[in-house]
Every structure is written in C-alpha cells, then in structure tokens.
Write a protein that binds this ligand. Structure first.
Ligand code: PLP
Length: 444
C-alpha cells in the first residue's frame, strides 16, 4: 500500500458479494503489510492483543507507523499516507510543528519535573480562559478522561447530589463510555442514560430525579459516535432542564472546542456551567482540563478549609504547558481555527457531492473540521441512527482509502489539521471518487 483502489477492487469478479469484496480487501491489506503484521505479533507478547489504546485496534491487525512529518505518515512497510485522522482531533498541528517544537525545546531548557509552581501554567490558564470565556477558572489534568472525571466529581460535590445524566452513544473517556449500552469498566457513578437530540427523553429522566441530579454531561457534537451534531434547541433545552432542576450543565468540548475559536458553545450560544477540554489544546502533549463558573471551581481553592483535593503529578508539567500555550496563541489562532473549519465545511460538501453524483447511499456528517462517513440515507440524530449504516461498507471504505494512501479512523472519522495542503485534499477526494465508482454496486 498504497497501490490503487483499482488493484483490490479490479481483481474481483464483477458479481462478487460485499463480503467477498471485504475478504479480498483484508487479504490485500495483509499481504501488503508484513512488517506491521510482524510487529503486531511481537506486541502481543507484552501487550494484551498487542494494544495499549483500544481505538487504534482493527482486524486483521493494525498498521504500525515509522514516523510522521507535517500531514504525512509512513508505516513500517514504507507506505506513505496523508493523515486525515489527525490523532482523533488532537493532531491539529501536524507532526512536529516547528513552533510547537521550539516551545518544547524552551521547556526542556527551562527544566522538566520542576515539582513546583512556574509561570507556565499561569500563561496557559490565561490563554484558555481568554479563549473560552465560560471557563472563568480552569484546572489542568493529563487527559480528557481525567478532565471529565474531575468535572463530574466536582458537580456532585458542589450540588451534594449523586446522579449523572449522560447519553447513549456519548463518549467521555475510557471509563465514561456510553456506546452500545455502556462498558463494564465505567466508573460506578449512578447514571441516567437519555437519548441524544431527544429532549423529552431527558425530561422524562430528569424530572423524577430532580432532587438528586448533579449534572448533565454532553458532547455538543458526538465525536466518536459518527460526528452527529446536537441541535442547538436540544442544547438550549438541556440548559433549561439543568436550571429547573439545579443540576450543572457540563459541555465535553474535548473534541468540539476545535470547531470555533471559542469552542462549539460560542457558536451555539448556550453557556455551560463547566467545560472540559483535551486533545489539541495541549499542543499535542498529554492534556486535559476542566473549568467553568468561578463559584463552582472555587471548591478547588486549596487555601479554603473545605477545599477539595485535586492532585496530579503532571498537571502543570512544563512540556504540556509550553506546547499548549504556543498552540493556542501562535498556531491555532482564532483566524486559523476559523479557516480550517471553513475548509472542512467545503470538503464535506465536496465529498457529499461526489456521493450524490455517483448515486451512492453514503453521506458525510459533521461540522467544520470533523466529519464521519455513514452508509445510509436520511437524517442521523443519535447512536441508533448512526449504527444503522452498513458497517461492512465502512470497513471496505477504510481499506480502500488506505490503499490510496489516505489514513483515517477505522470507524469512519475524517479530521482536518492545520497543515493539510491542497494535494492532501485532492488525494482524499480522488480516493472517495474511486470508491464510489469502483464499489458502485454495493452503494446503490
Ligand atoms: C468527547 C471526548 N471526551 C473525552 C475524551 C477522552 O479524552 P482522552 O483520550 O484524552 O482521555 C475523548 C477522546 O477521544 C473524547 O472524544
């Protein structure tokens, strides 16, 4: 890989079924990637399933990479790809952006593992609170998951209530996973699980639990579950229900904060009590944050006799603080964020146009710089709708695009970075055109 989509597709008899086409694509992939296969076999001896990050796994075995540069990746078999995964939105700057690299070098010169306060966390906190005004105060964590755990725990402590309202299909981290009925390794908070974009389902759960509802946590657009935007009136309805019940409204903007300079909340016009961040805001280093109303966040003031503990060895590590500051103030500037999202909107229109022109039953949902492919018609409003798309076609799409030198998420997500050039977009558009043409009989 990459060869061409035609190699995998054209070897098939014209009457091959979708499952035969998929088998052939998997076989082609396996044959083309012996070094990835060998490394996977070696990894299995020290990592369960050869894996330490579930989302990266797919069968027959995942690619392993030799490195990245700008918007390009090279796998261990020497194939080159344009990177349209962008580290699931964290890789907004491409690989080793020079400005961020310099910031990290300055942090190395300053010293890592200082074990004390520095100016670094003040500068990043100032940049974050300026950029996301509903975050009057912020605290840093090491991941988005941790940011969400802290925000939910804070809401429970602040309201002195226990229950947490979430959504089927919502994803807030490895222990806050509400896809496909939830996960056995979820944290044991008492959860009420409503339907996304269905305000009546929220009301039906919130009202009988009004006295014990601590918070509602929601992604303003589903990220992992197929880039499904929440309707603005749904988010406004959540605000109203939170106000009526005295619960806090938490926006998980770990992914969606990249969709506008002030996050998706600034576009929707709904102000949450708390917001969580992660991904690109740390400039590509390990990062998470939670913040919001000053009166709520004040519970973490350690000078207060009743101050809540929030430790974390790496919360203010100089590498992340420096990379994040450079990212927010020098690279992902408001202008750059606006531009990349406008480019994403144009790309999504182009891809949907290719599907329409080819008469293909497929669509790209999302907003700005995040999108996902679905192999079905009609409006997609929640997890049930998203899961109704043909999943075999999604896998075939993934392998065909890999074959054309386009790397994206196996689950169908495509993400823009600030460094993809027009050649990268042309490669992606060409690959989608080929897919629609060569796989037409499966898409009718
Ligand atoms: C919406 C959302 N929340 C939280 C997380 C968890 O962030 P992290 O992987 O940094 O723990 C993710 C990760 O993909 C996410 O998409």
């Amino acid at each position: 890989m990459p060869t061409t989509a035609a190699t995998a597709a054209d070897r098939l008899p014209s009457n091959a079924s979708l499952s035969e086409a998929l088998e052939a694509a998997r076989a082609h992939y396996s044959a083309a990637n012996p070094a990835s296969l060998a490394l996977h076999a070696r990894a299995e001896k020290s990592l369960p399933g050869g894996n330490t990050r579930t989302v990266l796994f797919y069968g027959p075995f995942p690619l392993r990479f030799a490195g990245g540069d700008g918007c390009h990746l090279t796998d261990v078999d020497g194939h080159g790809y344009v990177d349209f995964l962008a580290e699931y939105t964290a890789g907004m700057f491409g690989h080793s952006h020079p400005v961020i690299r310099r910031a990290i070098e300055r942090a190395l010169d300053f010293g890592v593992n200082i074990g004390g306060h520095t100016e670094h966390e003040v500068l990043l906190a100032e940049a974050v609170t300026a950029r996301f005004p509903s975050m009057e105060r912020v605290r840093f964590t090491n991941s988005g998951t941790e940011g969400n755990l802290m925000a939910i725990s804070l809401a429970r402590a602040f309201t002195k209530r226990s229950k947490v309202l979430v959504f089927t299909g919502g994803y807030h981290g490895g222990v806050l996973y509400f896809r496909k009925g939830g996960s056995p390794v979820n944290v044991p908070f008492p959860m009420l699980v409503a339907r996304y974009n269905d305000i009546e389902s929220v009301r039906a759960l919130a009202q009988p639990n009004a006295n014990d509802l601590a918070c509602i946590i929601v992604e303003p657009m589903f990220g992992s579950t197929g880039c499904v935007p929440a309707a603005p009136e749904f988010l406004a309805g959540l605000r109203q229900i939170a106000d009526e019940t005295g619960a806090l409204l938490i926006f998980d903007e770990v992914m969606t904060s990249r969709l506008a300079p002030g996050g998706l909340q600034s576009v929707i016009g709904v102000k949450p009590d708390l917001t969580t961040l992660g991904k690109y805001v740390g400039g590509g280093m390990s990062f998470g944050a939670f913040g919001g109303r000053a009166d709520v966040m004040a519970l973490f003031d350690p000078a207060r006799p009743d101050g809540l503990p929030h430790a974390g060895t790496f919360n203010n590590n100089t590498l992340t603080m420096s990379a994040g500051l450079a990212a927010l103030t020098e690279v992902a500037t408001p202008e750059a964020v606006t531009q990349v999202n406008a480019r994403g909107d144009r790309l999504r229109e182009t891809l949907n146009g290719i599907a329409r022109k080819g008469g293909a039953r497929m669509q790209f949902t999302g907003r700005g710089s995040m999108m996902a492919v679905h192999f079905r018609d009609g409006t997609i409003r929640d997890e049930v709708d998203a899961d109704q798309g043909n999943q075999d076609l999604k896998e075939l799409f993934f392998f065909d695009l890999l074959d054309r030198g386009v790397y994206m998420a196996r689950r169908g997500m495509i993400v823009l970075s600030l460094v993809q050039d027009e050649a990268a977009f042309a490669r992606l558009e060409g690959a989608v055109e080929d897919f629609v043409r060569l796989r037409a009989r499966f898409l009718a």
